[in-house]
Ligand binder design. Sequence first.
Ligand SMILES: Cc1cc2nc3c(=O)[nH]c(=O)nc-3n(C[C@H](O)[C@H](O)[C@H](O)COP(=O)(O)O)c2cc1C
Length: 346
Amino acid sequence: MMQNEIWWLPIKRKVVSLPKKTELLRNKLKSFSVILSPMEAVTNQPFRKICKKYGADVLITEFVSSDALLQEVEASKKKLLFDPECERPIGIQIFGNNEQSLVAATEIAAGYEPDFIDINWGCPVKKIAGKGCGSGIMNDVPKMIRLTEAVVKHSPLPVSVKTRLGYDESNKPIVYVAEALQDVGVEAISIHGRTRSQMYKGLADWSLIGEVKANPRMHIPVFGNGDIDSAEKVVEYKERYGVDGILIGRAAMGNPFIFLHSQQALKGEPQSVISVGERVDVCLQHLEALRQWRGERAALLEMRKFYSGYFYGMSNFKPYRIRLVIATSYDEIYEILENVRQNFHL
Ligand SMILES: Cc1cc2nc3c(=O)[nH]c(=O)nc-3n(C[C@H](O)[C@H](O)[C@H](O)COP(=O)(O)O)c2cc1C
């Protein structure tokens, strides 16, 4: 079968009658949700808690390999942990390419009692998508629907899906796919407005996300994702595309304040200025929480990708950033950040 043929069109979808679990997830959501988009090695527990504190309505873990969960890989099991006191509603995101491991991983993840299970049908990275996981499955939509249906059937919790528009420019079946996912019992869908072959290139195309939402057959929440980098854009895209929520990924790295600003903008309130002192405090809290979570060395390395975000827009910050990324101890970072607190004003 030709890869680019519109081969999914003739499929006769049967509307399966599933045990009625629907609306369980919607009941936990606001009418419009600002969501922290899942990001590997970013949206772990320390950073999620900070984003929640600043107003993220929904959290999703980094993706977890279903095969690794079955093999009881400790690092993967750790990704399932969350703080039930302050991280709800939260979804655990899993990825895989076969029914047996996806279903078993769902059961394992559900044992940690998140609010929902999210299936990653969106990752474009070769080592994942090349094996038919993530958005690699958009080459075989019937399999995507079949595997999702199996997860829904076995999950005691609501199931959502995060995916992309399609496989490539000539194959963007998302309007059909969203309906088919809904028909097998998925309770919410997040759509990143790019194809697998686009990876992160070009601009996210939100028009098809808008089409999914405007489809009169759709009744589950539809969340949009891609290139949202300001509170103003959250408001603009909510209004323009009518989505039920927006996921923010890269723009939240080192900028959890985007959630506060988005909530303020959605209410028509002025956006708070985040002082240098507050940025230093949050950055230090993040570092300290990561140190406890992953150990000092891993924390120092992981924090490197956040400094630009925490101190974005501060002129002459570059020499400090360089010192931060080459620092080799927590004490050194602490000292540099205290210098930042003293020397910079907004
Ligand atoms: C470093 C990084 C890691 C990511 N890891 C995941 C992941 O684990 N699961 C997932 O569904 N998407 C992952 N994504 C994709 C993001 O969730 C999001 O869909 C994408 O970055 C587009 O949104 P943005 O423009 O707001 O960043 C990742 C993206 C980045 C940059």
